[in-house]
Design a protein around this ligand. Structure first.
Ligand code: OXD
Ligand code: MN
Length: 592
């Protein structure tokens, strides 16, 4: 193996020794340290094209944009192959797959042994957070995938800046990724929170391999947050500006593919002139109690890794503008003119294209042109609605936290928890119908606490306890809400128009957070009074709105509460008593 010692841009001995150790194991032909420069981007792009990892799109129409197809068996996160590897099984808890660190290092180590032969190992230094902020976490990803390097450039602050910030510190996340042979039988995404280490092997799909994102910024960070007194959450962050110019920030947690990115980039409807929504983040929020007793949020990412299908100028105008340059498109369809297309894109379907598998496609084809979980990776700075505060090292103060899911029935459009503890219960029991972001059946209701089921890096009972503790540290906690944009009528059609009209709901949420509007008490929480939400532009009458979108059906809710209990029972002894008490209180209110 040729070692490029002279090009190592750091004197951090711990770091150099660890990179060396991984290189000894994976046996690449070459080790290259990434500096994050523009020259490097050009070089890596040329190399990735030559190796067939990416293709160039039409550079006049889509400047700086690249196209990539993944292996057909590698298109989504693999939750069944994702492990939390703690010494004690108890610390991974009932909702995570567990493997002992010893077994995981052995098993995955055997796959990594020699996996990079004939390849280059890239050393990616990266920052999750805002350069210079004391809340940052620094990570390294050692990978044999140029696709990963090019994506990490967009998703993080990467290169020299991270090495400089690290200096001689030994406090960094150690990420190793190898595509190996992309076989599902040898695919593992292992997290070792006690060692601040991640080993991902056998995949090249973003959610499994862009280790700064789900692996570090959620799984490892949630563990660190539990130790250090903060929360790493699967939440978007937005600022909502009213016509007077006042801005209130809210965060929202939804399971994958429930419209979090669309909500993060919402364009106000015509019925709300003078309003503006600012995007701070679309997927992950790090939340800390501030000295002022409020909760403050930072988006640790620098880019968006968004779902392409369904994205168009109506559903997400800001995303459409964001991806016009410097974007990597993965598993969408490629048109003969060197541009891209997906189901639900602007304009008519192309007469011909190559589908995400590279096969000829026409509108008559039975298969979808783009994979339902096809993605764009784009710099957040290109988003027209990006908040001037998104790189504020202190973050933004949060007025409301919103939980939500995709439920055809039962869950009303919006309600507010009675208090923080009840809000934690609502988050802990939230649920959604499954989507294509993870492998497996689509459309089944599953409990997904705080949308963190696949991402909580420790025991979920301890995680709920931590949420309760954080609330105790806040003199002025955000108010907690639940929304469901997805209720359907008997024909299976959505009742609420969604998109821009969601701002009407957000407005109610802010008014409630500021204590500026009254509400009706229901057994599950506070719901809007008649007239509380402006229905202009929704096509709904107040009567239909109350009946079809806000009604809390006690029979249905008793069943819902039973199903919540079944989920909570599985958590076992770490489930905080306060959560059980909230369940009992819910039953009392439903039966009184
Ligand atoms: C994502 C996901 O990619 O949640 O953000 O799956
Ligand atoms: Mn996500």
């Amino acid at each position: 193996m040729r070692k490029l010692i002279e090009t190592i841009p750091t004197s951090n001995k711990t770091l150099i020794a660890w990179v060396d150790e991984v290189a000894q194991l994976c046996k690449p032909d070459n080790v290259v340290w990434c500096d994050g420069s523009e020259a490097e981007r050009e070089l890596f792009t040329r190399q990735a094209i030559a190796q067939g990892e990416v293709e160039l799109l039409d550079q006049k129409k889509l400047p700086g944009c690249l196209y990539s197809r993944s292996a057909e068996n590698d298109v989504a996160r693999v939750e069944e192959l994702t492990f939390i590897c703690t010494k004690e099984k108890r610390n991974a808890g009932s909702t995570n797959n567990w493997m002992s660190p010893k077994e995981a290092y052995q098993k995955v180590g055997a796959i990594l042994d020699g996996a990079m032969r004939g390849r280059t190992m890239y050393v990616i230094p990266f920052i999750m957070g805002v350069p210079g902020s004391r809340f940052n976490k620094i990570g390294f990803e050692l990978t044999d995938s140029l696709y990963v390097v090019l994506n990490m450039r967009l998703m993080t602050h990467m290169g020299r800046v991270a090495l400089e910030e690290l200096g001689d510190s030994t406090d960094f996340t150690r990420g190793v990724h190898s595509k190996a042979d992309l076989s599902e039988k040898k695919r593992f995404i292992c997290h070792f929170p006690e060692d601040n280490t991640i080993w991902s092997v056998g995949s090249n799909y973003g959610g499994n391999v862009l280790l700064g994102k789900k692996s570090l910024a959620l799984r490892i960070a949630s563990w660190l947050g539990n130790k250090e007194g903060w929360l790493a959450e699967h939440m978007m962050i937005i600022g909502i500006q009213n016509p007077k110019g006042e801005i209130h920030y809210v965060t929202a947690a939804f399971p994958s593919q429930c419209g979090k990115t669309n909500l993060a980039m919402l364009v106000p409807p015509d019925s709300m002139p003078g309003w503006k929504v600012w995007t701070v983040g679309d997927d992950i929020a790090w939340l800390r109690p501030g000295d002022d007793g409020r909760l403050w949020a930072v988006n640790p990412e620098a880019g968006f890794f968004g779902v392409a299908p369904g994205t168009n100028s109506h559903t997400n105008w800001n995303a459409v503008q964001t991806v016009r340059k410097n974007t990597i498109f993965t598993n969408v369809a490629k048109k003969p003119d060197g541009t891209v297309w997906w189901e639900g894109a602007d304009g008519p379907a192309p007469q011909e294209a190559l589908d995400w598998k590279g096969h000829p496609w026409t509108p008559e084809s039975k298969e979808k042109a783009a994979h339902p979980n096809s993605r764009f990776t784009a710099p957040a700075s290109q988003c027209p609605s990006i908040s001037p505060e998104w790189q504020n090292p202190k973050g933004v103060p949060i007025s409301a936290i919103i939980f939500g899911g995709r439920r055809a029935k039962t869950e009303p459009l919006v309600y507010q928890s009675f208090n923080w503890q009840h809000g934690v219960y609502i988050g802990a029991t939230m649920s959604s119908e499954t989507t294509s972001a993870a492998k497996g059946k689509v459309g089944v209701v599953r409990r997904d606490p705080m949308a963190m089921l696949p991402f909580c890096g420790y025991n979920i009972g301890d995680y709920f306890a931590h949420w309760l503790d954080v609330g105790k540290k806040l003199k002025n906690p955000p108010k907690i809400f639940h929304v469901n944009w997805f209720r359907t009528n008997d024909k299976g059609e959505f009742i609420w128009p969604g998109f821009g009209e969601n701002l009407d709901v957000l407005y109610w949420i802010i008014q409630r957070s500021l204590g500026k509007t009254d509400a009706k008490e229901s057994p599950i929480g506070y719901v809007p009074l008649p007239g509380g939400i402006d229905l202009e532009g929704t096509g709904l009458t107040e009567e239909r709105f109350q009946k079809e979108l806000l009604e809390v059906d006690r029979e249905e809710w008793l069943k819902e509460a039973q199903s919540q209990k079944e989920f909570l029972d599985k958590i076992g002894e770490t489930l905080p008593a306060a959560i059980r008490q909230e369940h009992e209180a819910l039953i009392r209110r439903l039966t009184s």
